[in-house]
Design a binder for this molecule. Structure first.
Ligand code: NDP
Length: 290
C-alpha cells in the first residue's frame, strides 16, 4: 500500500468513515469540516486538522470531498480553487450526472484533475469487503490513485463520462428505494389481519426476494441482446396477478396506487396487441413513458 497523502473535506457520517479508513490504511490524512469538532476523534488518531479548505487542499495531491450536496461543494471549493491546480479532486458527494459533468468542467477549468464517485456503502461498511465505490471521469487520475482509493472499498472505474458514476449510483439507489417501498407495502398487507407479524413475514420475504434476484441476469441478457427474449411470461397471467395484488391491497386497507398504475399500464399493452411480458419491452416502455 502506498502512502499518498490524502485530504478529506466534509466530516459528516460518511466523511468521517472515509478519513478513518484512510488513517487505518496508513495514509497521511488532512481533514477539514465546517463544524471543526467533528475532526477531534480523527485528530486523536493522527489526522491533521486544516484551518481552512485551502490549507486542506494544499496539504495533499489528492482531495476527497463528501458533503451534503454539490451546491455546498462548489461554495466551499470556489474560494480555494487556486489551490486545486495540479491536484486531483475526487467528489464523493451524491449528485446527478449533470451535476457531476458540471463539476468536472469547473475543476478542469481550474487546472485540477477530476473524478466523480458514488459510494455504495454505509459508514459502518466503508473499508469492508461489502463496500464498493463507483468512479468515472478522467482515467489518468483514477489509475494514479486507485491503490489509495481501494482503502475505502473496491474501486470500480466506469468510464470517461464523469456522469456515469452518478448515473449508476442513483440507478442502484432507485432499485434499493423501490425494493424497500415494496418491502413495507408487503409488510402492511401481511400484517393486516390478526395472524401476521412483520418479523415472521420477513423470514419468508428475504429468501423469496433473494431467489428472485437470481432471475435478473437473464432479464439483463435479454435487454442487451436485442434478439428474441429468452425469458417471457404471458401478459394475461401477469395482468391477472397484478390485478389481484391491487384488489388484495385494497381489501386489506392498504394503498394500492402503485398496482393500479401497473394494471393500467398492462391493460394498455394488452389493448395494443401485446401478448408477452419481456425485459426489453418493460425497459422500452419505461424509456418512452417519461
Ligand atoms: P452528513 O449530514 O452526516 O454530513 C454532511 C456534511 O456536509 C457535513 O460535513 C456537513 O458539515 C457538511 N455541510 C452541510 N451543509 C454545509 C454547508 N452549508 N457548509 C459547509 N458544510 C456543510 O451526511 P453524510 O456524511 O451521511 O453524507 C455525505 C454524502 O455522502 C452525501 O452526498 C450522501 O448522499 C453520501 N453518502 C452517504 C451515505 C450514508 O449512509 N451516510 C451512503 C452513501 C453516500 P457540518 O458537520 O458542519 O454540518
Amino acid at each position: 500500500m502506498g502512502t499518498t497523502a490524502v485530504t478529506v473535506i466534509g466530516l459528516g457520517e460518511m466523511g468521517r468513515a472515509l478519513a478513518d479508513a484512510l488513517l487505518t490504511a496508513g495514509h497521511s490524512t488532512t481533514v477539514w469540516n465546517r463544524s471543526a469538532a467533528k475532526a477531534d476523534d480523527l485528530v486523536a488518531r493522527g489526522a491533521v486538522r486544516a484551518a481552512t479548505v485551502e490549507e486542506a487542499v494544499l496539504a495533499s495531491p489528492l482531495t476527497l470531498v463528501c458533503l451534503l450536496d454539490y451546491d455546498v461543494t462548489t461554495a466551499l471549493l470556489e474560494p480555494a480553487a487556486g489551490a486545486l491546480r495540479g491536484r486531483t479532486l475526487v467528489n464523493l458527494t451524491n449528485g446527478t450526472p449533470t451535476q457531476a459533468r458540471e463539476a468536472e468542467a469547473w475543476a478542469v477549468q481550474r487546472g485540477a484533475a477530476y473524478l466523480d464517485g458514488g459510494i455504495m456503502a454505509i459508514p459502518s461498511t466503508v473499508a469492508t469487503p461489502q463496500a464498493f465505490v463507483l468512479y468515472s471521469g478522467q482515467k489518468a487520475p483514477f489509475d494514479a490513485h486507485q491503490a489509495t482509493l481501494e482503502a475505502l472499498g473496491a474501486a470500480k472505474y466506469l468510464g470517461a463520462d464523469a456522469g456515469t458514476a452518478a448515473l449508476y449510483d442513483l440507478a442502484l439507489l432507485s432499485a434499493m428505494h423501490v425494493m424497500f417501498d415494496g418491502f413495507f407495502h408487503a409488510v402492511a398487507m401481511a400484517t393486516s389481519n390478526e395472524e401476521g407479524t412483520a418479523t415472521g413475514f420477513t423470514e419468508l420475504l428475504v429468501p423469496w426476494l433473494t431467489n428472485m434476484t437470481q432471475v435478473m441476469p437473464a432479464f439483463a441478457a435479454d435487454v442487451d441482446s436485442g434478439g428474441e427474449p429468452a425469458l417471457t411470461q404471458g401478459l394475461d397471467v401477469v395482468l391477472a396477478g397484478v390485478r389481484n395484488m391491487a384488489r388484495a391491497s385494497r381489501d386489506a386497507g392498504v394503498r394500492a396506487d402503485y398496482f393500479e398504475q401497473s394494471v393500467a399500464d398492462l391493460e394498455k399493452q394488452v389493448a395494443e396487441g401485446a401478448t408477452v411480458y419481456t425485459g426489453p419491452d418493460v425497459v422500452r416502455r419505461l424509456r418512452t413513458s417519461g
